[in-house]
Write a protein that binds this ligand. Structure first.
Ligand code: ADP
Length: 501
């Protein structure tokens, strides 16, 4: 008889829906994912079919249980983690979405954001929501849907539900159809007061959003309902909701202030735990809720690198100097140093802490001796330099030097990259044994809610590392390469002179 206990994470991402089963040692037992279609109705617009999200996620859940052979009775809980900010509205009676999901990447509501700023709300948005006003967040996407289909009366009458993907999944997967979101997802709507932990009246008024359409905001770890018995043949508590980056911060075990993680994917996402007080950034970082447990928030600072692993895809698909991403490690190691070559991959402008949308990419420091290996190495180093700039910004915002960075994501497989990261930050870099940290975080949060793990101390004790790297660069060398990078960044700024080049 199988006496083990299991927890399932549903990791609903931008391009795929994944289900992962973990055992009580937080080891992966089985994993299944399904991709779904990206819809681009116009330049700059991105949508998903809500039913494709739901069906791919339900299929992944059913299939992972089937392939694992884990008895359904032994599954103690399910945690949901999700692509953030993506916005849905559906009919409360029929469950039918009124429109496609508007994806976080979608830029269609930039004019609404501009109007809010013109009305003088920029400071208010920064102070209350912790965010930089942007079309990225859910609030203006919700307004767009209400405007487009003239839904204000129906919303006011309580006939409609708004939700991010966590809300939509909980509503569809649970018996009794709970209309809930957790504090991390709420903190990405640009409608939520992260200090008071409630929807912000000023922003609701400014966007004319009726309260009746909003979900109830709950803890990140806590039972929100039970899985509809029709899905797996048994009711199972759905016991966590968390935005993907927040789940990853939790899955990386960053439970103390000052601890931080970087996810090296297409872009990079760096989050630092700042404890029970939200830190206000002077460097263009975003303040967000890390998680909410028993009504108490742990806050985080967040920054992102637009072009992370994407620069390696560019070497492969556009420059065609490599065939596979993994080759870059050996190529970079074939040189003793960067030979003075720097790449600034600002293909879409410079983000935090510089914020120069007119910067464009460049490679500088070329000599007659520069070869393919220098370009490849400069690209890898650029991922680390951009991440380091975020760490330096966080350190200056909270007056604390970094002691350790925890890493995950596809490009964290590259040991040259993460050693170089450790060298230029002058801090330890740790890679966990489970790199599916987003799913792990959701599973841990769900298991915590139903008693699979008693408390954070117990979770800490099962957290395993795969690799720990110490910095090995001299201070002189570090200062030299960092000053080279910063000089290169300066040269890349304001390359475009107008929005059209
Ligand atoms: P996402 O979740 O954003 O799709 P992943 O976490 O799957 O991204 O990581 C894929 C990214 O990592 C790609 O951009 C790829 O170029 C990069 N990558 C994968 N393996 C390596 C490697 N060994 N070295 C450098 N970059 C890599």
């Amino acid at each position: 008889m199988n006496t083990h206990t299991y927890v399932i994470a549903l990791d609903q991402g931008t391009t795929s829906s994944r289900a992962v089963i973990f055992d009580e040692q937080a080891r992966i037992v089985a994993m299944k994912s399904y991709e779904f279609e990206q819809i681009y109705p116009q330049p700059g617009w991105v949508e998903h079919d809500p039913m494709a999200i739901l069906n791919s996620q339900t299929d992944a859940l059913r299939e992972v249980v089937r392939i694992s052979g884990v008895p359904v009775e032994n599954i103690a809980a399910i945690g949901i983690t999700n692509q953030r900010e993506t916005t849905l509205v559906w009919d409360k009676k029929t469950g039918k979405p009124v429109y496609n999901a508007i994806v976080w990447q979608c830029r269609r509501t930039a004019p609404i954001v501009k109007r809010l700023c013109d009305e003088g709300l920029e400071e208010h948005i920064r102070n209350v929501t912790g965010l930089v006003p942007d079309a990225y967040f859910s609030g203006t996407k919700l307004k767009w849907i209400l405007d487009q289909f003239d839904l204000y009366e129906r919303a006011e009458a309580g006939e409609l539900c708004f939700g991010t993907v966590d809300t939509f999944l909980a509503w569809n997967l649970c018996e009794g159809r709970p209309h809930v979101t957790d504090a991390t997802n709420a903190s990405r709507t640009m409608l939520f007061d992260i200090h008071k932990n409630e929807w912000d009246e000023t922003l609701l008024k400014a966007l004319n959003i009726p309260r009746a359409i909003l979900p109830k905001v709950v803890d990140t770890s806590g039972v929100v309902g039970v899985l509809d018995a029709e899905i797996l043949g048994r009711e199972i508590p759905v016991a966590a909701l968390a935005g993907d980056q927040h789940a990853a911060l939790f899955g990386q075990g960053c439970y103390e202030p000052g601890m931080m993680k970087n996810t090296y994917g297409t872009g990079c996402f760096l989050l630092m735990n700042t404890g029970d007080q939200p830190a206000k950034s002077e460097n263009g970082l975003v303040t967000t809720i890390g998680w909410r447990l028993n009504g108490k928030c742990t806050y985080a600072l967040e920054g992102s690198v637009f072009i992370g692993g994407a620069v390696i895809q560019w070497l492969r698909d556009e420059l065609k100097v490599i065939e596979r991403a993994s080759e870059t490690e050996t190529i970079a190691r074939s040189l003793k140093d960067n030979g003075g070559v720097y790449m600034v991959p600002t293909f879409t402008g410079l983000g935090a802490p510089y914020w120069d949308m007119y910067s464009r990419g460049m490679i500088i420091g070329l000599t007659r001796g520069t070869g393919r290996a220098h370009i490849v190495r400069a690209a890898l180093e650029a991922i680390a330099y951009q991440s380091a700039d975020l760490v330096f910004a966080m350190a200056s915002d909270c007056g604390q030097n970094p002691v350790e960075l925890r890493v995950d994501g596809g490009a964290s497989a590259n040991q040259f990259l993460i050693q170089f990261q450790s060298d230029i930050l002058n801090c330890r870099v740790i890679r966990p044994s489970v790199i599916e940290t987003t799913a792990l975080g959701a599973a841990l949060l769900a298991g915590l809610a139903v008693g699979v793990w008693k408390d954070i101390d117990e979770i800490r004790s099962i957290w395993n590392l795969d690799l720990s790297l110490e910095p090995s660069m001299s201070e002189e060398e570090r200062n030299r390469v960092l000053s080279g990078w910063h000089k290169a960044v300066e040269r890349s700024k304001k390359w475009l002179e107008t929005d059209n080049g």
